[in-house]
Design a protein. Structure first.
Length: 241
């Protein structure tokens, strides 16, 4: 996970999950008893952070982010429609919600949520929206804007596509006997890996080149610096005639 805030969030979540799993209290010292058996708590066992591997967790984070952004900004469904109808998400719940989302007519955030709850059940919708990593997404906070949501959606879809392309090539090689490996297989693997790295670099470059203004919009950092320089040269002092 490249995003610093999200990475720290999951590091803390995983740390707490491990402590809960082994029955370690957050405050005070606990005495170890050899005849006591510590059982993991139900919320720890149900956490997908504990149950899934790294690749699955990464995909679920991105897929749930895509769904949450679309539900929060339904206007983006039309903008990304062509791309959305072509993808199949790995998570059954996320894929089901996405398939229903692209079928819905334009509506408000509340209307979209209510329609989804009627069609596929409130439990699945609420379960997805309650995922902890969604709370740290800037575009889903109070001051989040549709522009922020659009940028987040574009980045997550690009990462999903590049990661999926690399995963397909890796799985194909793993499922092929070594004696049948061919140079073109590794060539495709290399191209898929390069595509993923370009996607990551592109997203990081966007983050470097743009910063968030007070109104929530992304502005080009270089252009803002040039504007600041121009402002410094402007004088409001009256010249003596």
């Amino acid at each position: 996970i490249k995003e610093k805030n999200l990475k720290n969030h999951y590091r803390d979540a995983l740390f707490q999950a491990r402590r809960q799993f082994f029955g370690i209290q957050n405050t005070g010292k606990t005495e170890f008893k050899s005849n006591s058996r510590l059982m993991p708590q139900s919320d720890t066992k149900s956490s997908f952070l504990v149950a899934a591997d790294e690749k699955t967790v990464s995909a679920q984070i991105r897929e749930s982010t895509v769904i949450a952004v679309l539900m929060n900004f339904p206007e983006l469904i039309e903008i990304f429609y062509d791309e959305l109808i072509m993808i199949d998400l790995a998570s059954p719940d996320c894929d089901l919600i996405l398939k229903e989302l692209v079928k819905l007519d334009n509506g408000t955030k509340a209307e979209i949520k209510n329609e989804l709850m009627e069609k596929i059940g409130g439990e699945k919708v609420e379960k997805l929206l309650s995922l902890s990593h969604l709370r740290v997404l800037p575009c889903l906070r109070v001051k989040g804007t549709i522009e922020m949501g659009q940028q987040t959606l574009r980045e997550e879809l690009a990462k999903l596509n590049s990661e999926r392309g690399l995963s397909v090539e890796v799985d194909e090689i793993n499922n092929t006997p070594p004696e049948e490996w061919h140079e073109r297989d590794f060539s495709r693997l290399g191209m898929a890996n390069n595509a993923k790295q370009r996607t990551v670099s592109s997203v990081q470059e966007d983050t470097i080149n743009y910063e968030q203004a007070q109104n929530g919009l992304n502005i080009n950092r270089e252009e803002r610096l040039k504007l600041d320089e121009i402002r410094k040269t402007i004088s409001f002092d009256k010249k003596k005639s």
